[in-house]
Write a protein that binds this ligand. Structure first.
Ligand SMILES: [Cu+2]
Length: 345
């Protein structure tokens, strides 16, 4: 297993190291002698390193649901090599060679007709939490070269996980075979920006090492959309003050919780597990600071920003910050922000 022992400075190092694809924004470093977190720490990857030149960030912008009420989709299960962190290339188990898998989207009443093809060397399957089907049929494991049809009508709105259910499910999911399928609630309002974020853990090392870590819930990284600090390296941008942003957040675990928070704003809308927990039409000025998502829970939050700036989104379980669960949103022209003070920017 690749390990490095190094001094790790919480949050600051990855922000300063993020030179690969985007402007770098400095965040105030704790004063010397403060309760700084820097200490020796064994990690399987190096947060100070930039991604490789070949690395490309995953596009977090979410398209509207495709037209029509029948979605015919082919999805291929496989095992592929991938850069999962700076300096770490390893085998992951995938759908359509993506880690995590594709995002699917439709509306209540739509029919999804998936053809699952096994292009891998192991048996695989798929389990859509958005479906009501017989698990022993649609969710059955198929071997290399086989395929199956998995068809269902989306009867319930929500942000759902899908994953490989082949035994041991912890391993197939922990190796990366998971994704999200969004079934829009009726009358979903238009917003200026929609993003999708799947939070999940990454387990590094060879197959045996990674599985031992899964059993011990000892993840190497907690990431959004497959890569630690992905949106520090490639911030979400194009957002202006006052524009409404909807973030769809799905915690695929397989084992960790999420306490999703955006520093510098307040959610005025929270939808989780099929219903609005907070809505301005009903709750007036009520605000939410997190959407709490245990493993395999999904929802969306909506927010606006009052000033230009660099806004961090995080898993507010802070032990996961040095493991990669941080991203950035750029609002307006951060360099022109008059009141930037380093806190919360
Ligand atoms: Cu599998």
């Amino acid at each position: 297993m690749r390990t490095t022992t190094r001094r790790f400075s919480l949050l600051v190092a990855p922000l300063l190291a993020a030179a690969a694809c985007a402007p770098v924004y400095e965040v105030a470093e704790p004063a010397a002698g403060s309760a700084g977190p820097a200490h020796s720490h064994e990690k399987a990857w190096d947060a100070d390193r930039a991604p490789s030149d070949d690395w490309e960030p995953r596009d977090a912008r979410l398209d509207p649901a495709p037209d029509g009420d029948l979605h015919e989709i082919t999805v291929r299960a496989s095992e592929v090599e991938m850069e999962v962190a700076p300096g770490v290339v390893q085998t992951v188990w995938t759908y359509d060679d993506l880690f995590p898998g594709p995002v699917y989207r439709g509306k209540v009443g739509d029919t999804f007709r998936f053809t699952l093809i096994n292009d891998g060397s192991l048996g695989h399957s798929i389990d859509f939490h958005a479906s009501k089907v017989a698990p022993n049929d649609e969710m059955r494991t198929i071997e290399r070269g086989e395929e199956l049809i998995y068809e269902f009508v989306a009867k319930k709105a929500g942000v759902f996980m899908y994953h490989c259910g082949t035994d041991p499910v912890l391993q197939h999911t922990g190796m990366g075979q998971h994704g999200t399928i969004i079934i829009d609630p009726p009358d979903l309002a238009d917003v200026d920006h929609e993003f999708w974020l799947v939070q999940h853990e990454t387990y590094m090392g060879n197959l045996g090492e990674a599985y031992d870590k899964m059993e011990a819930a000892a993840w190497d990284a907690v990431v959004f959309n497959g890569y630690p600090y992905q949106y520090v390296h490639a911030p979400l941008d194009g957002i202006e003050v006052g524009e409404r942003v909807r973030m769809w957040v799905m915690n695929n675990g397989p084992s960790e919780q999420s306490s999703f928070h955006v520093i510098g704003t307040i959610f005025d809308t929270v939808f989780k597990e099929g219903s609005y927990r907070l809505h301005p039409d009903r709750d007036g000025p009520g605000g939410a600071q997190v959407i709490d998502l245990p493993a395999s829970t999904g929802g969306f939050v909506e927010m606006t920003f009052d000033t230009d700036g660099v806004y961090k989104f995080v898993d507010h379980k802070f032990a996961n910050l040095p493991k990669g669960a941080v991203g950035l949103m750029i609002v307006g022209d951060p360099d022109g922000a008059e009141h930037a003070d380093g806190k919360g920017h």
